[in-house]
Design a protein around this ligand. Structure first.
Ligand code: BDR
Ligand code: CA
Length: 323
C-alpha cells in the first residue's frame, strides 16, 4: 500500500477522498487547511468523517488557517456554514493532534521513505512544508493535487477554487521540483453525480454509504443552486482515486505554472499543452500522438480523461466494505 498524507479542507468531496484513502492507502495522517471553511471547522469535519468510517486511528493534524499571502476565501454557498452541511453527525469524540500539520508533513517525509502527498485543498500547507524544509522535495515520491484546470476555471472564468484561494502557494509548489500530478476541474467535470447515485448509496446502506448519500444530496442541491451544472462533481475523490488506481485516469505531461498578477486571470494554472494535438483539450488530446514539448520542459502531468464507470465501482466497493 502506498504511504500517503492527505492534506484537505472537508468539504463534501474531501470527505469522499478521506473515505477512499483510508481504505485503499496506508494513510499516515490527515492534515487540514483553511479553505472551504475555517481551519477549526474543516478539522472537525475530518474527525467526523473518520469517526463515521471507524478509522479514529488515523491522526488529524491542523495546519495553516489561511493562505500564505492572500486573504482566505471560503465556499459556504457550496459546502454550507459548517463546511460539510447536510449529514447530521454528533460532535467528534476524537481530538485533533497538537502538532502543527506542516511539522507533521516535514517530519514524516524526512523520516519515512516513499511518502506520497495528496492535497485536496489550497496548497498552503504543502508550500509551507517546502519553505520550512526544502529537502522534502527530493524525499516525496509524488504529489497528487485536486486543483487547477487545463481549460476553464470554476471560481473565476480562468481559476479553480483551490488554486485561486492561495495562488502564491500553488506557484511555489508547481515550481518546486515536486512531481506534481494535477487533477483539475477539466477532469473532475467528467465525474457528475445525480439522484441515481444517491439511490445506489442508500441501497448499499452501510453507515458510510448513508453518509455518502447525505453528503451528495446536499452538494447536489447547492451545485444546482449556484452553478449551471448537470450534477455535482466529486472533485477531490477523483484525485484520491488517481492515487489508488492510476489506470482510472489518463494524463499527459506538460509545463504548468500559476498566474499571480493577471487582472482577470490570478490563480489560473497556465498549462502548456502545445505539444499535444486534438480539438478539445479536456479529452481529445490523448487521441493523437504527442510531439516534443515546445516550451519549457514538463514539470507536471495533468489529468485529461476519467474512467467514470471504473471510478464509481471503486467508490461503491469502498462504501460496501465499511461496516
Ligand atoms: C475544489 O474546491 C473545493 O470547494 C472542493 O472541495 C474541491 O477541492 C473544487 O474546485
Ligand atoms: Ca477540497
Amino acid at each position: 500500500m502506498k504511504k500517503v498524507i492527505l492534506d484537505c479542507d472537508p468539504g463534501h468531496d474531501d470527505a469522499f477522498a478521506i473515505m477512499l484513502a483510508a481504505q485503499h492507502l496506508d494513510l499516515l495522517g490527515v492534515t487540514t487547511i483553511g479553505g472551504n471553511c475555517s481551519l477549526k471547522n474543516v478539522t472537525t469535519n475530518a474527525l467526523k468523517t473518520l469517526e463515521v468510517i471507524g478509522r479514529t486511528d488515523i491522526p488529524v493534524y491542523p495546519g495553516n488557517p489561511g493562505p500564505l499571502v492572500a486573504k482566505l476565501v471560503t465556499a459556504p454557498q457550496f459546502h454550507g456554514e459548517s463546511g460539510m452541511d447536510g449529514p447530521v453527525l454528533p460532535d467528534p469524540v476524537t481530538k485533533p493532534q497538537k502538532k502543527h500539520g506542516v511539522d507533521f508533513i516535514v517530519e514524516t517525509v524526512m523520516s519515512t521513505d516513499h511518502v506520497t502527498l495528496l492535497a485536496t485543498g489550497p496548497l498552503t500547507n504543502i508550500a509551507d512544508a517546502i519553505i520550512r524544509e526544502p529537502k522534502i522535495v527530493d524525499r516525496v515520491d509524488d504529489l497528487y493535487i485536486m486543483g487547477g484546470s487545463v481549460t476553464y476555471g470554476n471560481w473565476t472564468p480562468t481559476a479553480e477554487f483551490n488554486i485561486f484561494v492561495d495562488p502564491e502557494a500553488a506557484y511555489k509548489v508547481f515550481n518546486s521540483g515536486l512531481r506534481v500530478h494535477m487533477c483539475g476541474i477539466n477532469l473532475t467535470r467528467q465525474c457528475f453525480l445525480h439522484q441515481e447515485h444517491i439511490d445506489e448509496f442508500r441501497r448499499i446502506g452501510t453507515k458510510a454509504a448513508n453518509f455518502a448519500a447525505d453528503l451528495t444530496e446536499y452538494f447536489l442541491k447547492t451545485t444546482e443552486e449556484n452553478a449551471c451544472l448537470p450534477g455535482c462533481n466529486l472533485h477531490d475523490a477523483c484525485a484520491a482515486a488517481w492515487v489508488i488506481c492510476p489506470d482510472l485516469i489518463q494524463a499527459a505531461p506538460m509545463h504548468i505554472t500559476v498566474e499571480l498578477k493577471g487582472e482577470f486571470t490570478r490563480g489560473m494554472t497556465v498549462c502548456d499543452y502545445r505539444h499535444l494535438r486534438g480539438s478539445e483539450p479536456a479529452v481529445d488530446l490523448l487521441r493523437t500522438p504527442a510531439m516534443e514539448p515546445r516550451g519549457e520542459e514538463p514539470n507536471a502531468e495533468a489529468a485529461l480523461e476519467l474512467d467514470f464507470e471504473g471510478f464509481m465501482q471503486l467508490l461503491y466497493g469502498t462504501l460496501k466494505e465499511y461496516k
